[in-house]
Design a binder for this molecule. Structure first.
Ligand SMILES: *Cc1c(COP(=O)(O)O)cnc(C)c1O
Length: 429
């Protein structure tokens, strides 16, 4: 296949961009070769600068759940553009998106919009500390909560892809209040609670999405939520990835838990930079200007981003594609397992709503450790075979594949064929 122009741009990009990318997950480091340079996208497809067409399972790591350039969304963006780009003052659309979001999450009375998931989570942590007057937080190994100092420990996602234990430049002081527990292991949480009196919050991805897709087993989340309550610790659900993924609203509701603070991002901006954190009144009233927890943003609630977010959520609500996602994900799971089996390859598939992940391992994947038992060399070969056959996947074993409402029967058949070819090529090694 021809990737000449991508290769040329990559070489050029290296001069003034770090690794020719603006986010390390885009760098193709774990799969080798040069990153694809994208020219444009539409519907279920994405096109690189060499004119290759791919069915897009990256979907910008989640936001593009309606596929690219939805007509209604684009119309709303154009309408907003004509009124101006940013005002540094409140607009009606901020109230509309806030209402849409709060109504979709039980226990969320108020929300604050920010510009990214990272910002949402770091603000939520500050809020939990302000509300409880305590300093420590518990996070789970393999969960990613953005790149703020306190949370860049055992953080899955890009760090796992690059095999990094943590980040340079994070002072010990910044992580001394971060305690690490194991996903699906309540005892590992209990141990911290027994030893530490001053825990403000437990933060978790209700469905793990950044060590590959990992589901909470049995009653893990419910018991975690009870444990938090008993000890007057706030539960923060990081739903930046899982929000609006399997229903219109959060994973919490499906899993039967209600967090004290919820973080959002990705889908709620529909492709523009929007993050959010929300909670019941009692907690949110700690935030300035009502309370003493300070958090601000020049471009927060940006009018173009709000318009895009509102229309994305409105279209999503009306389309209600969640049953269809379930059917498509199940079908992909089936073909992945069947082709793996026929070619003698160990494979596990985890999925939730419109997120799905094959792991090249014989172990059931329930936490970071079992996720890391995957054979990433196999993934690397699989990834490039899929690219050659017109399917764009995230360039990492540890990133979820996403589904969009635009996937057609034809797209699925093409994907199934590509999977068969990719698995056959793995059988030969
Ligand atoms: C993507 C993600 C973030 C970070 O969001 P950014 O917009 O990339 O800063 C935080 N938490 C989870 C669970 C995510 O998936």
């Amino acid at each position: 296949m021809n990737l000449e122009k991508s290769i040329a741009l990559y070489t050029k990009g290296l001069k003034h961009l770090v690794g020719a990318v603006n986010s390390p997950v885009r760098a193709f480091k774990s799969v080798g070769g040069v990153p694809l340079f994208i020219d444009r996208a539409g519907g279920s497809k994405i096109y690189d600068v060499d004119g290759n067409e791919y069915i897009d399972f990256v979907l910008s790591y989640g936001p593009m759940i309606l596929g690219h350039r939805n007509k209604k969304v684009e119309k709303a963006i154009k309408k907003a553009l004509k009124k101006g780009y940013t005002f540094g003052a409140t607009t009606k659309n901020e109230i509309r998106l806030a209402k849409l979001v709060c109504n979709a999450f039980p226990g969320m009375d108020k929300v604050r919009f920010v510009n990214s998931g990272t910002e949402a989570v770091l603000s939520a942590i500050r809020l939990a500390r302000a509300f409880t007057g305590k300093d420590k937080i518990i996070k789970f190994s393999g969960c990613y909560h953005g790149h703020s100092d306190a949370l860049l420990v055992a953080a899955g996602s890009g760090l796992a892809t690059l095999s990094l234990p943590g980040s340079a430049g994070v002072p010990e002081d910044a992580v001394k209040n971060t305690l690490i527990a194991e996903y699906n292991n309540l005892d590992s949480v209990r141990k911290h609670i027994i030893r530490n009196k001053d825990i403000a919050a437990i933060i978790i991805e209700p469905i793990g999405g950044n060590m590959g897709v990992v589901l909470p087993q049995n009653n893990f989340l419910k018991e975690l939520s009870e444990l938090a309550k008993e000890n007057e610790i706030l539960l923060i659900a990081d739903e930046v990835m899982t929000g609006f993924r399997s229903k219109f609203g959060g994973a919490q509701e499906i899993l039967g838990v209600e967090a004290d603070i919820t973080c959002l991002g990705k889908i709620i901006g529909g492709g523009f930079p929007v993050g959010a954190y929300g909670a019941r009144n009692e907690i949110m009233e700690m935030v300035a200007p009502l309370g003493e927890m300070y958090q601000a943003g020049t471009l927060s609630g940006n009018p173009i981003a709000m318009a895009c977010g509102i229309e994305t959520l409105k279209v999503l609500k009306k389309k209600d594609p969640f049953k269809k996602f379930e059917i498509i994900a199940k079908r992909l799971e089936k073909i992945l397992l069947k082709e793996a089996k026929e070619n003698g390859i160990d494979l596990q598939v985890n999925r939730f709503g419109s997120m799905i992940n094959p792991f090249f391992t014989s172990k059931k994947v329930v936490d970071f450790k079992t996720a890391q038992s995957s054979d990433t060399k196999k993934f690397k070969i699989f990834f490039w075979k899929m690219i050659e056959n017109g399917v764009f996947l995230p360039p990492s074993q540890f990133e979820a594949w996403f589904l969009s409402t635009k996937f057609s029967e034809k797209d699925l058949e093409k994907t199934e064929k590509a999977i068969a070819i990719a698995m056959q090529s793995l059988a030969k090694i």
